[in-house]
Design a protein around this ligand. Structure first.
Ligand code: 3PY
Ligand code: ZN
Length: 641
């Protein structure tokens, strides 16, 4: 017969997934005739049915086949709290809104205990699930979170990789995410991660683009800005700090902690961090951030570092961030709390541990009431039932790390990058590849002069390591052959000075050999050389191409021009995909399945896939049949198999 059901379609059975169908098939855009939102969504589902998922790196399909359920919270009397009708308790955001950043910071410092920041909505899924958690799933749990974490210092929910990944892979607007969550969580401050002079990109932008970006972030809901520079280059850091000051946000200027400072002979030792803190305090910050991105801050080092800073700067609020890669994060955060940290970072249990933050309930159990955290231990435990389901829903993005990695003290790979590199090594299918990657990463780091490693310097080290592995080069080979090798762009950029100035300077003669006459040696911060963006002109250009353009769109474009353009093109073809349940966003639809989509308030589509037609050998197209709200609809898509 003419019809072939989805279930028996060869692509569906073979499980072959195709990538970048937008790039591969520009004609797709021209074929879209309907401007109808529902029809556009059907188009996406039809494409998914015929060609499989466009999600890069996807290893399989979600392990959760039902719609995740929202757990109930119970009050002290065992009654269910109706989170949709009961306003959440007032929290630290009310303090901030009433009293402003300076008083807010003072009250945080004066709190008798240690507050918690929950990273589940940003770093936890960036570290464990390749940053793939969608707004759909964050918004669903936001009202419950506003209750369960009402006492938290903040929710980290934005910045870092979430900005790029939202547009690039999830085809959703990071600004819409921020606004949506803000409406649902009025009581807990929102924190974002800002990469200093890079904003949320990988290299410097003109200062006016950073100012513009931060102003939009503040206006759309970010309260606290954790600002760091990957080389602890204070000139670079200051660009972000100044932008936050101008926007009226809470500044959390941050020092990046690298390696185990207690190992003898370390370049980054206690004196280094104390000196850095002094200069950050001089720069002016509401809060000091300490960012241990690789999880190498052992409990003994945490005690010494935080204790020393606390003694020297008694009024300075200290906020400590770590990753559990080595398995010591709970112990380290307990040590930090006892040494005088005002805030430490944790994640919900099912999204904690490994390369993520320590588990919230494990930390609470370890502190066992000796140190107050302002957190309702039962409610956060109940909240986690949601994330246990989410972990299954997003299982296809797991790197599948099985336990702590004690070698982190040697290779010092940041949490998010550790899972990324492991994922890549697994895709190559080589068992030895992983040990080789880690060993070479360490060698690459020393070749580069022992860098502080975090985005974007961690990418420089990772790229050099991969270059060495694939070209079978030892560190001596690299030094010897430096002037004749074609190094990755990121390595060239680093040596040119485009990422900032490393502490202790660039390694020589390697730098000169690698740059030869190809690149100059920059001595000032890169942003000083960049002409300011003409923001009005950019907006007009974007308006002429895409129609409706906001200041947020301009900011997105400034950070990621190509990614933003692709995102807008994708929207033109498929509409707003953030309304699709995640299972249906990721997996090909099945015949007879009922897909319920709320495209706007009060407008619900009930979509039932019916069948896929035979291949039209002349056009290469297939028709896919759906029933939508009781009516039959068909969509023709190109079969790329
Ligand atoms: C980022 O820059 O995305 C980070 O998470 C750094 O740790
Ligand atoms: Zn982190």
């Amino acid at each position: 017969p003419f019809l072939l059901t989805l279930l028996t379609h060869p692509v569906f059975i073979s499980g072959e997934y195709w990538t970048t169908f937008i790039d591969d098939t520009p004609k797709l855009f021209e074929m879209v005739s309907s401007q109808n939102r529902a029809q556009k969504l059907l188009h996406y589902l039809a494409d998914l049915a015929v060609n499989g998922s466009s999600i890069k790196g996807q290893m399989g399909l979600p392990k959760l086949h039902t719609q995740p359920t929202i757990p109930h919270l119970h009050d002290a009397h065992g009654n269910v709290v109706d989170v949709l009708t009961t306003p959440p308790p007032a929290g630290w955001r009310q303090v901030l809104l009433e009293k402003g950043p300076v008083e807010f910071a003072k009250e945080v410092r004066a709190f008798q205990g240690t507050l918690l920041m929950d990273t589940t909505w940003r770093d936890a899924h960036q570290s464990l699930l390749a940053t793939r958690v969608r707004t759909y799933d964050l918004a669903a749990i936001a009202p419950t979170t506003a209750h369960a974490l009402a006492g938290a210092f903040a929710l980290e929910c934005w910045g870092g990789a979430t900005f790029d990944v939202a547009m690039r892979f999830l085809h959703e607007d990071p600004w819409e995410r921020l606004r949506t969550l803000r409406k649902l969580v009025p009581n807990i401050p929102f924190q974002m991660l800002l990469r200093g002079a890079n904003g949320v990109a990988y290299s410097s932008l003109p200062d006016n683009a950073i100012d513009h970006f931060v102003a939009q972030a503040k206006a759309n809901g970010v309260d606290i800005f954790r600002v760091f520079d990957a080389l602890n280059d204070l000139e670079q850091l200051k660009v972000g700090v100044d932008a936050v000051k101008k926007a009226g946000g809470v500044v959390e200027a941050t020092l990046c902690y690298s390696g185990d400072m207690l190992q003898p002979g370390k370049k980054y030792n206690l004196d280094y961090y104390l000196e850095l803190t002094e200069r950050i305090v001089q720069m002016g910050t509401h809060i000091l951030g300490i960012k241990d991105m690789a999880g190498t801050l052992k409990p003994s080092a945490a005690k010494l570092l935080i204790g020393s800073i606390r003694a020297k700067f008694p009024d300075l609020p200290i906020h400590v961030h770590t990753h559990d890669s080595a398995g010591t994060a709970v112990a380290s955060m307990v040590a930090a709390a006892y040494a005088g940290a005002d805030v430490v970072d944790v994640a919900t249990n099912s999204m904690s541990g490994l390369t993520s933050q320590p588990s919230i309930n494990a930390l609470l159990a370890s502190l066992d009431g000796e140190i107050d955290t302002n957190i309702n231990v039962n409610e956060v435990r109940e909240l986690d039932a949601y994330w246990a389901q989410m972990r299954l829903l997003y299982s296809c993005f797991e790197a599948d790390l099985k336990g702590p990695d004690p070698e982190v003290y040697q290779h010092e790979i940041p949490g998010g990058q550790l899972t990324n590199l492991l994922f890549q090594a697994q895709q190559l299918g080589l068992g030895e590849q992983w040990a080789e990657t880690k060993k070479t990463y360490r060698e690459a780091n020393y070749l580069l002069g022992d860098l502080v490693k975090v985005t974007p310097t961690s990418k420089v080290v990772g790229d050099l390591a991969q270059f060495m592995v694939s070209n079978k080069l030892t560190p001596d080979d690299v030094k010897r052959l430096a002037s004749s090798l074609n190094f990755p762009d990121s390595v060239m950029d680093f040596f040119e000075g485009l990422i900032g100035q490393p502490y202790g300077g660039f390694p020589e003669p390697l730098r000169s050999d690698i740059l030869r006459n190809k690149r100059r040696k920059l001595t000032c911060r890169p942003g000083l050389e960049l002409a300011p963006f003409e923001l009005e002109k950019i907006k007009e250009d974007l308006q002429s191409r895409f129609g409706d353009i906001s200041e947020c769109d301009v900011a997105s474009y400034n950070m990621y021009p190509k990614v933003y353009e692709d995102f807008r093109k994708m929207r033109e073809v498929y509409g707003d995909l953030s309304v699709l349940p995640t299972k249906n966003f990721l997996s090909p639809p099945k015949v007879g399945e009922e897909i319920v989509v709320t495209i706007e308030q009060g407008k619900v589509l009930i979509i039932k896939p019916q069948a896929i037609g035979d291949l039209n050998t002349e056009t290469g197209m297939r028709e896919v049949y759906f029933e939508m709200n009781g009516e039959l609809r068909k969509v023709a898509v190109l079969d790329k198999s």
